[in-house]
Write a protein that binds this ligand. Structure first.
Ligand SMILES: C[S@@+](CC[C@H](N)C(=O)[O-])C[C@H]1O[C@@H](n2cnc3c(N)ncnc32)[C@H](O)[C@@H]1O
Length: 207
């Protein structure tokens, strides 16, 4: 399994899933709509607010855009996804939002560079080829793109019920790596036993 195989597998899995389930949280492989929304809520708690620009990496069907609207957050939104069918469906659903097709680790067009926040929900669990190295490269890229900070989630190896071959990471090891990118790092393992979120800021929070 190579990085290219992983990318191809990701596109295959989500294209098939969209064909099978249609425009539903099931197409994104979430267990429930509440679980998906809960993760959005935690990501946004990094401090996303009115007037901020946000890049949603692995945007899927653009549900984070709908979430922001439902919460009344007037952020300028762009979604990026490696799966072409996800992007074309997201564009049909939300004609007013910006969507781009592509991989985070591919060539990112200049207009996507320098947004306030980069958020990513559910983009790591299918990786097979050196998944921690892939996560590290992804975090470095997200940090390059953000002015204020980034937030991402990942399945946690602290969960007692690991059974599938999905990629789970040790949250402490992940935090240790993230601290080498920015000292302003937060680990959250307080919303789901099998999942953690990390915030990385460019500057310390003003208290
Ligand atoms: C589990 S789905 C989550 C979608 C969305 N974030 C949500 O929560 O509704 C993961 C999505 O990330 C996309 N993806 C995975 N790795 C990616 C990468 N490196 N660059 C861009 N998109 C990626 C997949 O194509 C898929 O649509």
């Amino acid at each position: 399994m190579t990085t290219q195989d992983d990318d191809r597998n990701t596109v295959d899995v989500f294209s098939n899933s969209l064909r099978q389930h249609g425009q539903s949280f099931r197409a994104l492989n979430w267990g429930s709509e509440e679980g998906q929304a809960n993760r959005f809520r935690i990501l946004c708690e990094i401090g996303l607010s009115d007037g901020d620009s946000v890049l949603d990496v692995g945007c899927g069907l653009g549900d984070l855009y709908a979430h922001l609207q439902s919460q009344g957050v007037a952020a300028s939104y762009t979604g990026l996804d490696i799966t072409p069918d996800m992007i074309s469906t997201a564009r049909q659903r939300f004609p007013d939002a910006e969507f781009r097709e592509g991989s985070l680790l591919g060539t990112v067009e200049p207009s996507l560079a320098q947004v306030d926040y980069v958020l990513a929900s559910g983009i790591f669990y299918l990786r097979r080829d050196r998944p921690f190295e892939h996560l590290q490269a992804s975090v470095r890229r997200m940090f390059e793109l953000c002015r204020k900070g980034l937030a991402f989630n990942c399945l946690s190896s602290w969960a007692g019920t690991a059974s599938s071959d999905e990629y789970r990471e040790d949250p402490a090891q992940c935090l240790e790596f993230c601290r080498t990118v920015s000292p302003w790092a937060v680990l959250r393992h307080d919303y789901h036993s099998g999942d953690f979120t990390i915030y990385l800021r460019r500057e310390a929070m003003r208290l």
